[in-house]
Design a protein. Structure first.
Length: 218
């Protein structure tokens, strides 16, 4: 039947596997939306958070198809790899900001009580914050599977790829369609989390208004 042919096609299987990779985001999505929507008000820093989130999620998606990368992120020794890259980013971050760190009273650009700093120093401060936000969010997303391990997706992908060992064209189509499914899944999950966060903030705001009205204005 036509329906069975469509369901068993390479494109549909790839879309399904790509969409299922969205299930591995776990706690990383919660951290991403809370940090980007609540705690960060600067749009430039938000861009850094979003870029780190997208980069880390793409690395996790690529690790499903790359065995060495998958072992580096999922196997027990990935903690060493995590610490190695974290130390590298920290050294790079401190090196780029070393010339101005010693002259900064505090790392806050919005405090009006501080003396006026030069334009160059403000640019370096902003760069420091952008790198820091990118580094923190990038490694939070990579470290997320350690908090919530999930071996179902790599097993499912390996099973599907094993059916196309002798057909490279179908294998390429499967990878491309799974990438499309991964992108669609993340867009849908982001929309869901945004709606959920907005409803939660509205609920908290209504509670605050009710408490003020009944306990502080009476």
């Amino acid at each position: 039947m036509l329906v069975n042919k469509i369901l068993n096609s390479v494109i549909v299987r790839g879309l399904f596997c790509g969409f299922m990779t969205t299930a591995t985001v776990g706690l990383g999505y919660g951290y991403f939306f809370v940090v980007a929507s609540v705690f960060i008000k600067d749009n430039r820093r938000r861009v850094g958070v979003v870029a780190a989130f997208g980069t880390a999620q793409f690395v996790m998606f690529a690790s499903v198809y790359n065995r060495p990368l998958h072992e580096g992120l999922v196997q027990p020794h990935r903690i060493k790899m995590f610490l190695f890259f974290l130390s590298f980013f920290l050294l790079q971050l401190l090196w780029t900001s070393l010339t101005t760190l010693r002259n900064w009273p505090l790392l806050d650009l919005n405090d009006k009580r501080k003396p006026v700093v030069s334009k160059r120093r403000r640019v370096v401060k902003r760069l420091f914050f952008l790198q820091l936000e990118f580094m923190m969010n990038f490694f939070v997303q990579l470290y997320n599977p350690y908090l919530k391990p999930d071996s179902m997706i790599p097993g499912l992908v390996n099973f599907c790829l094993s059916r196309y060992n002798n057909d490279n064209e179908k294998k390429i189509v499967f990878v491309i369609s799974s990438l499309a499914g991964w992108l669609i899944g993340h867009i849908l999950v982001q929309i869901f989390f945004m709606i959920l966060l907005m409803k939660l903030l509205e609920f908290i705001e209504s509670i605050i208004i009710w408490v003020r009205k009944n306990f502080f204005e009476s």
